[in-house]
Design a protein around this ligand. Sequence first.
Ligand SMILES: NC(=O)C1=CN([C@@H]2O[C@H](COP(=O)(O)OP(=O)(O)OC[C@H]3O[C@@H](n4cnc5c(N)ncnc54)[C@H](OP(=O)(O)O)[C@@H]3O)[C@@H](O)[C@H]2O)C=CC1
Ligand SMILES: N[C@@H](CC=O)C(=O)O
Length: 849
Amino acid sequence: MPSADAAPPDRNKRAVQCHVHKFGGSSLADAGLYRLAAGLLDDQASTRVVVVSAMQGVTDALIALVGSARAGQDWAPAWEALRQRHRAAADALDGDGGRALQSALDEEFESVRSELAAIFGDHSDAEALAAALPGWGEVWSSRLMHAALAATAPGWLRLDARDVLVVHPGEMGMAVDWSASRTRLAEWRAQHGSGHVVVTGFVARDAQGRATTLGRNGSDYSAAIFANLFDADALTIWTDVDGVLSADPRLVPEAVCLPSMSYAEACELAYFGAKVLHPQTLAPVQQRGIPLWIRNTRRPHLPGTLISLKSDPDGAPVKGLSLVRDMAIIELVGNGMVGVPGAAERLFGALRGAGVSVTMISQGSSEHSICCVVRADQAQRARDAVAVAFADAIADSQAQGVTLTDGIAVLAAVGDGMVGTPGVAARLLGGLAQARVNARAIAQGAGERNISVAIGDKDATRALRAAHAAFWLSPQSLSVGVIGPGQVGRALLLQLSAALPQLRKRSGLDLRLRALANSRTMHLDERGIEPADAIARLDGGAAEPVDLERFASHVRGEHLPHALIVDCSASPAVAALYPRWLAAGIHVVTPNKHAGSGDWTRYSAIQDASRSGGGRFRYEATVGAGLPVMLTLRNLLDTGDELFGIDGMLSGTLAWLFNRFDGSVAFSQLVREAQALGYTEPDPRDDLSGLDVARKLVILAREAGRVLSLEDVEVENLVPQALRAVSRDEFLARLEEMDAPMLARYREADAQRRALRHLARLDRDGRASVGVVALPREHACCHTRLTDNLVQFSTRRYADNPLVVQGPGAGPDVTAAGVFGDVLAIAQSLGSPCGMPLLHAGVPAEAHA
Ligand SMILES: NC(=O)C1=CN([C@@H]2O[C@H](COP(=O)(O)OP(=O)(O)OC[C@H]3O[C@@H](n4cnc5c(N)ncnc54)[C@H](OP(=O)(O)O)[C@@H]3O)[C@@H](O)[C@H]2O)C=CC1
Ligand SMILES: N[C@@H](CC=O)C(=O)O
């Protein structure tokens, strides 16, 4: 176990004379954990003061005992169980066989038994006893910790805080009587010496000398108070998290542990729901400028979070985000309030009178309305109080009325560095806009440390994740799902695996493969899968039956700013989902031709969803695989050219077959080879029937604004009639039936010194056709190699001499490269919501994953 007494040396250079440590209940659940905690304090250089909470669950058990006694129920078995738990821990910890410790505990358990009996019997002291009784857990815990420490080093003292700490109830909870407490501590030290001390957390005495507690979360408060009373140079709160996180990790998987923050930042976050610290805790340390560390008992090698006077000067403007749920907006609207002094005073006076605490206030400069956010359980009371206060004005129509909107949450961005930094609000609101979260009200004080936004509660998690992404992630962070790891999909995954580290380094592009599916199973991963390992997951234990609805909503997520689905299937059913995905803001990239060439209504729905601010749709690889065919056409049209026609070879498979077929090898054998090389469609009849090329022609025509459908294309089908309706497997088994007709066709062309080529043509007047043609051998299409596609665009600018795109037009690698190019084009077009550079580079809080 590494020593961890002082804060890590590089982060706290000051020599520490007195260091207060506080251990929470989760760090003290059993004897083993007391030993672990004691082992963290083996540094001899400073005086150590250890403040302890009760063992995990003990305070709740004591509160329940009080409840049972009050209700006249039998509390004895629960009391006995608690006693046995402490006896067992004492047995395990105490060096002298547990006798001294055991008898002290027994004595105190007897006191608790008497107190419970008094509460049960409704004794005159019952209320005071009931209030103080939950503090016994800390007393017992201090005995156990003392035993654990005494086993590591001699001379440890034990201080019962009830002997020195004097408190009284204040407006904001228990307030310390500093002067009396300081005097009592000095007396105690004079009597017991100034060695290392174990102190009971949570408990204190009131001015009358009666035992009491500091209230919920009081142990942290005790630690801060004793750090102040002991004039400590450092306070470490040991807990079960790595430090203060940028957001609640249960809601934001990408939350990062913050290395440092100022007291002011910590207060803002604590007020706004960050669970690590209670706001009250900070005041006693802040007053004396004592640095406070939050560290993880189970991961003491981690530095934790340092909270001190100054925020890290090199740190990011926003330190954390917090969310408060279950709120409501009260709004008062009135023409008669404009320029009238005192309306706000009347409003807030009414709320004060109703005992309603106001979380957030917002008023536009027109003074026409004023709204505030209050807790939902106080909202009706608040509304009624304001309505009464403005009853006259409402009756005179000077105020239009008071409205209550419930179902509200408040999201706050907090950070000292926000002061004077332009663009923080833009970034926050831009992130929310991107997640389609509506801001109902906004407030930022002149202190500029906190921007609070009231949003619909149903949007709360999405808003928090979007805001977190806006500040902590690269604006080019994409959550990616891949469908169809077949020939093309697999090649894409390998290309992603090889290229992503460089892309991340060079351009901040952060592509995270978070989902993969084939036609049977899918694997969803929260943080991201290494693409090269992804396929294995589809057969592993983590795979589940495919459900593309859930697939899409997982990819969409909420904690990454952008989502993208790559469909590498050839499935029309998958293509039918694009309009919904695009409308949900998910970008879609695909080599699947069904969307671009299929049903016109679906095609229009895709274009509409994409155009109306949804996700972007790119399908360059559907024509010419990795060749820039669509891009070239788009550029021609976007720059004002006019398309007259398209001719050429659009099938890689057919180009390769006719390049190879010379009668020496059976046509069927070549088809099988093309299939094995990954050139053909999953069903090679799509190529041989001319359908695949017809699809490409339709895609190009539509891209050029023509209304063309597959039925409009004249298609020559090379598949013999008898093989058209059979299953794919049967077709492959009977492929040889194509040999004779194809050989005859070849010989006929060869006899005329011609070569067979599969051509596609789109005329100026909209006629479209595809089929095999016997071309003179000197024709350009006869001077191509392997899978070359050759696409000629005749346009107004390229009328006499068409623009030609030529190159390999099929194969998994080149197609995957075309798909990857589309993914990059989308990723590179995504900026931060307000164009600001990234503000953060955080360390993922993997402990909370
Ligand atoms: N090969 C090439 O040169 C080119 C191909 N393309 C296009 O690329 C796409 C992929 O081709 P290719 O890789 O050769 O095809 P494959 O047959 O090798 O792979 C298809 C993949 O899609 C999956 N799949 C099929 N139906 C569904 C479904 N309903 N839901 C989820 N997954 C499904 C399959 O899963 P399972 O294994 O479970 O069946 C398989 O993983 C096709 O659309 C093709 O037109 C475009 C240009 C060039
Ligand atoms: N099977 C197709 C693949 C590309 O779309 C072809 O051969 O062209």
